[in-house]
Design a protein around this ligand. Structure first.
Ligand SMILES: Cc1ncc(C[n+]2csc(CCOP(=O)(O)OP(=O)(O)O)c2C)c(N)n1
Ligand SMILES: [Mg+2]
Length: 358
């Protein structure tokens, strides 16, 4: 299986063909929202309003925005701790996300977790399992269900470079390859797993591992939202056409510490500086300015939306504890996952028929 390298900067011919101007604006909007919400959450954390620690995806916004954008409403997403843009693209409102971080009743887990382990099942997002990378097995299992039911649907999961050293990674890759399952694995290579750098993580180029399991591996500039979109669009197409899984290695950089408590002293400063010049938000912004989009107005609109969301989230109550046992076990009929938003205009007219439940 060939390992391809997607074209880096300036947009690909294929992205030009598949993205309308409104899609390109949507991609920037999702990334601006992600960055703004996470910045606000970090300041709420410092004010003692976010319990535990806080994890962000600063510098990695294009990985979740670009990949999630290529998915159809009936597809299923297993979203990790640096992938906030995926929740936003599927339709989770910023207020609920900020409420989630603060452990409030209006959060996605209704105050049961003040952290990143959430997913709105009504929008086709699976709540994150903290044991890494168990979401690869969940996505593979869902893809197995799609295949058995003969549905044209796809599952996608993100996971980090650190996850590739775990047994579950290899089990998921192997089963997906053997069964030729409709699943997309997005390896978010952000150079570090906590303080462990890449040269202590793998002795091979990780994208080559796809070939070892019999499917395609694609290395993509993870700081380019449109390149991410395009690689995922093609991977999804292969998946629903019965051509099996794809491993997409999104090469990016974790620009902040592992979490709020980590000053990342172990990361060389010039490495961070070098990646700052490749900022994914700036990149999409430049692209849109060239297309005469009023990016300043978009920025102002997003900033106002986040202000409103933060005010609403802060005004919302904490959970009372009365319903702490509800939702722990299935009561009555299991409620299937719902379909999420999929703003990519390509799906407006050419949406495949929705399949059954998963
Ligand atoms: C099995 C397991 N071991 C340890 C952890 C604690 N932990 C959470 S995130 C993380 C680092 C993961 O690094 P990577 O996979 O590269 O993802 P990144 O955080 O860089 O996005 C660790 C060790 C965990 N969640 N699961
Ligand atoms: Mg990592």
């Amino acid at each position: 299986m060939a390992t391809e390298t997607a074209q880096a900067a300036g947009g690909t011919a294929s992205a030009d063909e598949h993205l309308q101007l409104e899609d390109r604006i949507w991609l920037l909007r999702a990334m601006l929202l992600m960055r703004g919400i996470e910045e606000r959450a970090m300041s709420l954390y410092r004010q003692g309003k976010v319990p535990g620690s806080f994890y962000d995806g600063f510098g990695q916004e294009a990985v979740s925005a670009g990949a999630a954008f290529a998915m159809a409403p009936e597809d299923r997403l297993c979203i990790l701790h640096r992938d906030l843009a995926a929740h936003l693209i599927r339709g989770v409102p910023p207020t609920r996300i900020l409420a989630q971080y603060m452990g409030r009743a209006a959060g996605i887990t209704r105050g049961r977790d003040g952290n990143v382990h959430f997913g709105d099942r009504r929008l086709g997002c699976v709540g994150m399992v903290s044991m890494l990378p168990d979401m690869m097995l969940v996505a593979t299992g869902m893809a197995m269900a799609f295949k058995l039911r003969g549905e044209r649907r796809c599952a996608l999961t993100w996971f980090g470079d650190g996850s590739t050293s775990r047994g579950d990674f290899h089990e998921a890759m192997n089963w997906a390859g053997v069964q030729r399952l409709p699943v997309v694995f997005v390896l978010e290579n952000n150079q570090y797993a906590y303080s462990t750098p890449l040269d202590k993580q793998f002795a091979v180029d990780p994208v080559e591992r796809a070939a070892a399991y019999g499917f395609a591996g694609v290395k993509v500039d993870g700081n380019d939202a449109e390149a991410m979109f395009d690689a995922t669009r093609q991977a999804r197409q292969r998946a629903v056409d019965g051509e099996g899984p794809t491993l997409i290695e999104a090469v990016t950089m974790r620009m902040h510490g592992h979490a709020a408590h980590d000053d990342m002293k172990y990361v060389p400063k010039d490495q961070v500086e070098e990646w700052r010049r490749r900022d994914p938000v700036d990149r999409q912004e430049r692209r849109l300015r060239e297309l005469d989009v009023d990016v300043d107005a978009l920025r102002a609109e997003v900033a106002a939306e986040i202000d409103t969301a933060a005010t609403e989230a802060l005004a919302g109550p904490m959970p009372t504890g009365d319903d702490v046992l509800s939702g722990v076990f299935c009561e009555g009929e299991a409620e299937p996952l719902g379909d999420g938003h999929a703003p990519w205009s390509g799906f407006a007219d050419a949406r495949p028929a929705a399949g059954g439940d998963a």
